[in-house]
Design a protein around this ligand. Sequence first.
Ligand code: SF4
Ligand code: SF4
Length: 146
Amino acid sequence: MKNIFDTIFFTEIFQGLGVTLKHMFKKPVTVKYPYEESPIYKFRGIHYMNVDERGVSKCVGCYLCEKVCPAECIHIETDAGPNGERLVRKFEIDLSRCIYCGFCEEACPKDAIHMSDRYDTVDSTRDNYIINMRYMVENRKNVKGE
Ligand code: SF4
Ligand code: SF4
């Protein structure tokens, strides 16, 4: 009997329309990415490098982050400075291999390398996934609160 009633009066269609109408006036739970970005909390994204008061990277080329990286995607080269210190000649991270574990950030004794909340890593070539020191210093400006 119920099936005949439903068939004649299309009750299921009206029930469906009722659900649609109910949700039409609710606040959307999605965003129009990439035109809008959703707020991210507690997210490890593309690295940035802290600088000292002179605006120079705090990295002292100790290699600890390179050693601790499980993906082996950090590559550092240094030269000897005039006072025996290490001068960072090359500092690169291959983001296509990075697993965003944050070990590099934890290992750094100079509070130099950090993870930002930037997650837009999409690019068309592998080479563009390799970021260097200059990129990371610039990326610091994209971090909220900086
Ligand atoms: S986040 Fe992890 S995988 Fe990525 S560079 Fe740092 S240590 Fe390596
Ligand atoms: S651990 Fe920190 S100071 Fe050492 S090489 Fe890495 S970023 Fe530089």
